[in-house]
Design a protein. Structure first.
Length: 78
């Protein structure tokens, strides 16, 4: 599967790519599902792997789509 899928169908047990619509058209983040019940609103939420965007929780701009991570490069492709 390499097409964007609705966020409602995203797996919650591994890292994925998520798409967030914003004023610049959109952003793509590597993220994982975080069901931390002690988190601030909203909870649970998608959490980015980037230190600059820890929680993808914007109420106004929640993630809309997801896709699996591509496979890592092989030694032959380096």
């Amino acid at each position: 599967m390499s097409e964007w899928q609705p966020i409602d169908t995203a797996p919650r047990d591994k890292k994925i790519l998520i798409f967030v619509q914003n004023d610049y058209g959109g952003s793509i983040f590597m993220a994982r599902w975080d069901k931390d019940e002690s988190a601030t609103r909203p909870k649970p939420r998608w959490k980015s792997s980037s230190p600059a965007y820890k929680a993808i929780t914007a109420i106004n701009n929640p993630p809309t789509h997801w896709m699996p991570l591509p496979p890592p490069p092989t030694t032959e492709s380096m």
